[in-house]
Design a protein around this ligand. Structure first.
Ligand code: NAD
Length: 388
C-alpha cells in the first residue's frame, strides 16, 4: 500500500464548507480540441464543491483510504520541519496544485527514495525539478486542459481590466467618489491595439480566439507555428521570437511554461524595447519575468500596467513588491482553480491514480515525464528541443 501526500491550499478563513453562489456548474461535453474530459471510474464529490482546499482533499481521501493507502493531506509545505518534509521519506505519490505548489527540489527528491509519481492537480509542473525526476525515473503527470479555458477567460478579463483601468475606477465608487476626470485619466479602448501572444498552446490559442473579436491585430510566437488556416481565420502574424514580438505591440500576454529557456526572459532589456505604456498580462508563471524589472518598468511608466495571478514563490510573502507596485491588477493564483476547474482536475487526478494503481498507462496528454524522459505533453511543451 502506498503513502500519498496531498498538498492543498488552506480552507476558507470563514469555515468549510462555504455556501455556494450557484447551485450547479456549467456542463461541457469535451475540450475545444476534442480531447475527452477526465473519466474516472468513480467520483466522491459533487462537481462544484470546493475540493481544492485541505478539507476537500480533491475528493480523493475516502476512496484512497478504502483501498488501504495511507493519505496525508496538508497545506504545511515550506517551513523547516513542515509536514511535507516530515512525510516525504516514505511517500510514493505526491499530489499538489500549482496554486499552492509542493516544491519538489532536487534536495527534497533526494530525501524521497520511494517517490514514484508526482501529480499536478492542474497544469504546469515546473514546481517539480523535472531533470531530477527524469534521472530518478519518477513519473510526472498533470491534468492537461482541465483549467485552460478558465485561464484564458481570466487573461481576457485582465487585459480589459488594465487597458480600461477598471480597478481604480471601481475603488472611486466604493470610496464614495464621483470624479470622472480622475477615473478616466488612464482609460483606453482595446479596439485597434496590437496584441502579442507569447506561446500559442492550449491557453494562448484560446486567448487569441477570445481577443480577436475585439478588433485588435494579433501577433504571436511559439516554437510550433499554428496551421495556415488558423492564422488566416484570426488574422494572425507569426513572429519568430519574443524579442521581435514585443517591439510592435501594446499588450503582451504570456502563456509559455516555465523552463530554463523562459525563466527570467522578461527583463529590463526586453521591457526597454516595448512601446512606452505597454501592458503585460502573465497568467503563466511569475518567474518568466524578472520581478524587480517589472516594478521598475511600472514606476518609470515604460509599462502602463501589469496583471496576472502567478508569483514566485507561492504563497507570495506579505512584502512581495507586486502587491503594491503601481498600476497592477494582480490576483492570488486563482485563474485555474475556479469551482468547475477544480471538479475537472480532481476527477483527472483520480483518473491518473486509477491508471497507476491498475498498472495501466496514463493518457499521453497527461504525461510530462515518464520512463526516464519527457513524454506526451512534456515532450511537446517542456523539452528544450521541440519534439516535432
Ligand atoms: P501547452 O502545453 O498547451 O502550451 C504551451 C506552449 O508553450 C506550447 O505551444 C509550446 O510550444 C510553447 N513553448 C514552450 N516553450 C517555449 C519557448 N521557449 N518559446 C516559445 N514557445 C514556447 O500549455 P497550456 O495549457 O497552454 O499552459 C501554458 C502554461 O500556463 C503552463 O505551462 C502553466 O505554467 C501555465 N498555467 C497557468 C495556470 C494558472 O492557473 N494561472 C493554469 C494552467 C496553466
Amino acid at each position: 500500500m502506498a503513502k500519498i501526500i496531498i498538498v492543498l491550499y488552506p480552507d476558507p478563513t470563514n469555515g468549510y464548507p462555504p455556501e455556494y453562489a450557484r447551485d450547479s456548474i456549467p456542463l461541457i461535453e469535451a475540450y475545444p480540441n476534442g480531447q475527452s474530459l477526465p473519466a474516472p471510474a468513480g467520483l466522491d464529490f459533487v462537481p462544484g464543491e470546493l475540493v481544492g482546499s485541505v478539507s476537500g482533499g480533491l475528493g480523493l481521501v475516502r476512496w484512497l483510504e478504502s483501498l488501504g493507502h495511507e493519505v496525508v493531506v496538508t497545506s504545511d509545505k515550506d517551513r523547516t520541519g513542515s509536514v511535507l518534509d516530515r512525510e516525504l521519506p516514505d511517500a510514493e505519490i505526491v499530489i499538489s496544485q500549482p496554486f499552492w505548489p509542493a516544491y519538489l527540489t532536487p534536495e527534497r527528491i533526494a530525501r524521497a527514495p520511494k517517490l514514484r509519481l508526482a501529480i499536478t492537480a492542474g497544469i504546469g509542473s515546473d514546481h517539480v525539478d523535472l531533470p531530477t525526476a527524469i534521472e530518478r525515473g519518477i513519473t510526472v503527470a498533470e491534468v492537461t486542459y482541465s483549467n485552460s479555458i478558465g485561464v484564458a477567460e481570466h487573461t481576457v478579463m485582465m487585459v480589459l481590466n488594465l487597458v480600461r483601468d477598471f480597478v481604480p475606477q471601481h475603488r472611486i465608487v466604493v470610496e464614495g467618489g464621483w470624479n470622472i476626470a480622475d477615473a478616466v485619466g488612464r482609460s483606453y479602448d482595446l479596439e485597434g491595439m496590437d496584441v502579442g501572444v507569447f506561446a500559442a498552446g492550449r491557453i494562448g490559442r484560446a486567448v487569441i480566439e477570445r481577443l480577436a473579436p475585439f478588433d485588435v491585430r494579433v501577433a504571436y510566437t511559439d516554437r510550433f507555428r499554428l496551421s495556415p488556416e488558423v492564422e488566416e481565420r484570426y488574422g494572425l502574424t507569426f513572429v519568430p521570437s519574443i524579442r521581435e514580438l514585443v517591439t510592435g505591440i501594446d499588450v503582451l500576454t504570456v502563456h509559455a511554461p516555465l523552463t530554463d529557456e523562459t525563466a527570467g526572459l522578461i527583463d529590463d532589456g526586453l521591457l526597454a524595447t516595448m512601446r512606452r505604456g505597454s501592458y503585460i498580462v502573465n497568467p503563466a508563471r511569475g518567474a518568466i519575468t524578472d520581478r524587480d524589472a517589472i516594478v521598475r518598468a511600472l514606476e518609470s511608466g515604460q509599462l502602463a500596467g501589469y496583471a496576472g495571478d502567478v508569483w514566485f514563490p507561492q504563497p507570495a510573502p506579505a512584502d512581495h513588491p507586486w502587491r503594491t507596485m503601481p498600476n497592477n491588477a494582480m490576483t492570488p493564483h486563482t485563474s485555474g482553480t475556479s469551482l468547475p476547474s477544480q471538479a475537472r482536475y480532481a476527477a483527472g487526478t483520480r483518473e491518473i491514480l486509477e491508471a497507476y494503481f491498475a498498472g495501466r498507462p496514463i493518457r499521453p496528454e497527461y504525461l510530462i515525464v515518464d520512463g526516464g524522459g519527457y513524454a506526451g505533453t512534456g515532450a511537446h511543451s517542456y523539452a528544450s528541443t521541440p519534439a516535432g
